[in-house]
Design a protein around this ligand. Structure first.
Ligand SMILES: [Mg+2]
Length: 200
C-alpha cells in the first residue's frame, strides 16, 4: 500500500505566520513583537493537546493584553487562511486517483475549526487525519513519524510526505519516509516525484 501524507499549513492551506503577530499587536494596540520562548512553549502545549484552546486564549490575553474568546481566535485564523493552489492541485489529483491520503499536521482544535469554517467538509475527503493535538506529539519529533507508521502498519518507503519546514522533512527521511520540502522551487520536482511514486 502507498500513502500520501500532507502537512496542512503552507501545503494545503496558505498562511503567513507574521500575520498572527500583526493581528495580535493591532488588537492590543501594541508594537509588533516576535514570539517569546514562553509563547513557543504555549504553542507547543496547545498543539500537543496539553493545553486547551480556552487555556491558550487565557494565556494570549494575559501575555499580549488582549480580551479574546476562543471564537475570536478561530475567526482570526479563518481570515488568515487561504487555499494553497499547488498543494490543493496535488491533493485533488491524488483524490481522483484513489490514493490513500492522510494529513500529518502540527495543529490545534482552533485551527481545525477555522479551516472547517472556511471550507466545510475540508477534512472529510481525507482517508485519515494525523493531528498533533490528538497524538500528543509534534513534528519534528521522531515519535510522531513512528506513530504514523505503526498506525498505518506501513514502512517508511510506502509513504510520500510533503512539508514546508526542512526540519520536519529531515526527521521524516530519517524514519525512511519519502519526504520533500514543499517550497515553490521544488513544486515541479515534487509533482514529478508524486506521479512516479503513485503511478499517476
Ligand atoms: Mg507547514
Amino acid at each position: 500500500m502507498k500513502y500520501f501524507l500532507f502537512d496542512i499549513g503552507n501545503v494545503l492551506v496558505d498562511f503567513n505566520a507574521q500575520d498572527f503577530l500583526d493581528a495580535i499587536a493591532a488588537e492590543a494596540g501594541r508594537e509588533v513583537e516576535p514570539l517569546t520562548a514562553r509563547d513557543l512553549e504555549r504553542i507547543d502545549a496547545v498543539e500537543t493537546g496539553r493545553l486547551s484552546d480556552a487555556g491558550f486564549v487565557d494565556y494570549l490575553n494575559e501575555a499580549k493584553g488582549l480580551s479574546w474568546t476562543v471564537d475570536d481566535l478561530v475567526a482570526m485564523w479563518s481570515k488568515m487562511f487561504s487555499l494553497h493552489e499547488t498543494g490543493q492541485g496535488l491533493f485533488l489529483d491524488a483524490l481522483k486517483a484513489d490514493v490513500q491520503i492522510y494529513t500529518l499536521s502540527n495543529i490545534a482544535q482552533h485551527h481545525v475549526d477555522a479551516i472547517e469554517n472556511n471550507w466545510s467538509g475540508f477534512f472529510d475527503k481525507m482517508t485519515g487525519l494525523f493531528m498533533s493535538y490528538k497524538m500528543g506529539v509534534r513534528k519534528p519529533d521522531m515519535a510522531i513519524y513512528t506513530k504514523v507508521l505503526d498506525h498505518l502498519g506501513a514502512l517508511g518507503e510506502e509513504c510520500f510526505f510533503l512539508d514546508d519546514k526542512p526540519e520536519n522533512v529531515e526527521v521524516a527521511r530519517e524514519a525512511g519516509i519519502e519526504a520533500y520540502q514543499f517550497v515553490p522551487e521544488n513544486h515541479e520536482a515534487i509533482r514529478n516525484a508524486a506521479n512516479e511514486f503513485f503511478g499517476l
